[in-house]
Design a protein around this ligand. Structure first.
Ligand SMILES: [Zn+2]
Length: 120
């Protein structure tokens, strides 16, 4: 059976991850539509508003990149759940504290290793 750390509510965490995945995917297709709309408008708008549109497009792209990165982490966490190695630190192999997973179910590092990474 899966090696889950004691007290970890994987059902709740799985539901949270699935909800987040659906949300990110929905947001992503919404913004793909609005990016297309900007591209189509460009022929009809003046130079200044075209620059505005380009700036908005760049911002939308940055948001989209962040979403993709988060989606990648969420999908990875769900895969790890299926594989039975969810909640185990990628770096040291210790259990990730349930409280940390409750805050960010897609965490792949324990608190200690995450802090080491941040200060490096
Ligand atoms: Zn660790």
């Amino acid at each position: 059976m899966a090696r889950y750390s004691a007290g970890m509510d994987t059902d709740t965490l799985r539901r949270a991850l699935q909800a987040r995945r659906d949300e990110l995917q929905a947001l992503s297709s919404d913004s793909a539509q609005s990016r297309e709309a900007v591209a189509l408008d460009q022929q009809s708008v003046g130079r200044l508003s075209r620059m505005d549109a380009m700036q908005q497009q760049a911002m939308a792209q940055a948001t989209e990149n962040r979403r993709r990165e988060e989606l990648r982490r969420v999908l990875l966490a769900l895969r790890r759940m299926d594989a039975g190695d969810y909640g185990i630190c990628d770096a040291c192999g210790d259990d990730i504290a349930p409280g940390r997973l409750a805050l960010d179910p897609a965490s792949t590092l324990c608190v200690g290793c995450a802090e080491k990474q941040e200060t490096r």
